[in-house]
Design a protein around this ligand. Structure first.
Ligand code: GRF
Length: 195
């Protein structure tokens, strides 16, 4: 029987929070076998995503401002030869040289329909609070390439959901997380299949 060596794609996840998106991506690709998460980059020592890394035996890199901006950091990323770098709740802006070394290979997820409710300071519950305060009737998610400007890169996918009359930050965040966990792994798979 002929043997075809199929390349297993490598993904690097950048996350600094709970890591529920990282968990969804890890589980999805464990089941379908097209990719594996070879490194998690985090800037918060106590972040939940690090527990996930430990549970899953995924190497992680804790960065501070100095190491994050160093050439050695770029080399560490290159060592994993990532097909995609996936930002999943990572709050620092990437250094321009990282963006230049991985053109069209860095994506981010934002918990609203960009270009609305994006930009510096617009993350997590701040976004949902602003949506509720403006009495928006719908919200959603945006998956986009990362360029040098916050929340600005080319959009890959958006998915919408209603904002319900009785929503508070928690119920809206839960609905948005559902969309994220469903669409982020599948969008990554789409991009791996259609480079
Ligand atoms: C997500 O809502 C994502 O849109 C935003 O940060 C949040 C991360 O959540 N960029 P988690 O750490 O994946 O649970």
């Amino acid at each position: 029987m002929p043997y075809f060596a199929l390349r297993m794609h490598s993904l690097i996840i950048f996350a600094s929070g709970k890591g529920s998106n990282a968990r969804a991506i890890i589980d999805y690709f464990k089941a379908n076998g097209k990719a594996s998460v070879s490194l998690i980059v985090c800037n918060k020592p106590g972040a939940g995503v690090l527990d996930i890394a430990r549970e899953e035996n995924i190497p992680f890199l804790l960065v501070d401002k100095n190491s994050f901006n160093s050439d050695a950091f770029i080399t560490q990323l290159q060592d994993h030869n990532p097909s995609l770098i996936v930002l999943a709740g990572f709050l620092w802006k990437l250094p321009d040289n990282v963006i230049h070394v991985f053109p069209d290979r860095i994506i981010n997820i934002h918990p609203a329909l960009l270009p609305s409710y994006g930009g510096k300071g617009m993350y997590g519950d701040h976004v949902h609070r602003a949506i509720l305060a403006a009495k928006e009737r719908e919200s959603g998610i945006t998956i986009h390439y990362v360029d040098e400007v916050y929340d600005n890169g080319r959009i890959v996918l958006q998915a919408r959901c209603p904002v319900a009359a009785g929503d508070d930050v928690d119920t809206l965040a839960a609905r948005i997380h559902w969309l994220e966990h469903f669409f982020y792994p599948r969008t990554i798979e789409f991009l791996l299949d259609h480079p």
